[in-house]
Ligand binder design. Structure first.
Ligand SMILES: [Zn+2]
Length: 229
């Protein structure tokens, strides 16, 4: 079975580059220990036969950019290759810093999980929900997303002008992204969604993580002053 029938990760999970791979090892690993209940016995030849149409292959490939290995399980359905699961390195869905509001973190978490599972349309909708939750939270106002983006753009007391403008650009992009995926059924590429994911992380860093760090430093200085040290 040529490895191209199963595919490889679009981005190397080790160096995160859009790389190509050299095959290093390939074998069918299941059914090696087959379930005898599902086997049928050929009395003439005294042999058991097993259903091999849903077997699993093991494949190791090396990235051409970083030379590190990726271990994949190749999946068959009804005797045909249907794709792979990445086993090593283990894929962990990204999570936001715990200071992010719960709703923002929940949307992000679901988006990341959907993206890892290849459900790209679902991921786009969840990323959109995430950005909307961020803007609602910072504005302290839950309303029409489009109207809130405009309101946010003019909210001079929130963040700096430059950062606010960048978030608004991102918000408009992601609003269109979400609308497109819901209403027109567009499937987004992994690269586009990966970009949106980094944008959200950056927004959360500036809007929640850094202010929380500054507050912690202020509190610790205030505690020192009040204790007289
Ligand atoms: Zn690599």
């Amino acid at each position: 079975m040529p490895q191209s029938d199963f595919g490889t990760p679009e981005y190397c999970p080790n160096c995160h580059k859009a790389s190509a791979y050299i095959p290093r090892f390939q074998a069918i690993v299941l059914p090696e220990y087959a379930n005898f209940a599902e086997a049928y016995y050929d009395a003439v030849n005294g042999l058991y036969f097993f259903d091999e149409i849903n077997r699993i292959g093991l494949r190791i490939v090396s990235c051409l950019s970083c030379s590190q290995s990726v271990v994949l399980l190749d999946l068959f359905k009804d005797g045909k290759p249907v794709g792979f699961n990445q086993v090593i390195p283990r894929e962990e869905a990204k999570k936001l810093d715990t200071v992010a509001p719960d709703l923002v973190a929940d949307f992000f978490n679901e988006a990341e999980k959907s993206r890892r599972a290849g459900a790209l349309r679902a991921a786009a909708v969840m990323y959109r929900g995430c950005i909307e939750a961020i803007i609602n939270d910072l504005l302290k106002s839950v309303g029409n997303f489009n109207a809130n983006i405009k309101k946010f753009e003019e909210a001079e007391d929130i963040l700096t002008d430059e950062l606010r403008k960048r978030i608004v650009d991102y918000a408009n992009d992601i609003r269109l992204t979400g609308n497109r995926s819901v209403h027109q059924g567009t499937v987004f590429t992994e690269a586009e969604l990966s970009d949106i994911s980094s944008i959200i992380e950056e927004v959360v860093l500036h809007a929640y993580v850094q202010p929380a760090q500054r507050k912690a430093m202020r509190d610790s200085r205030a505690a020192k002053h009040s204790s007289g040290s």
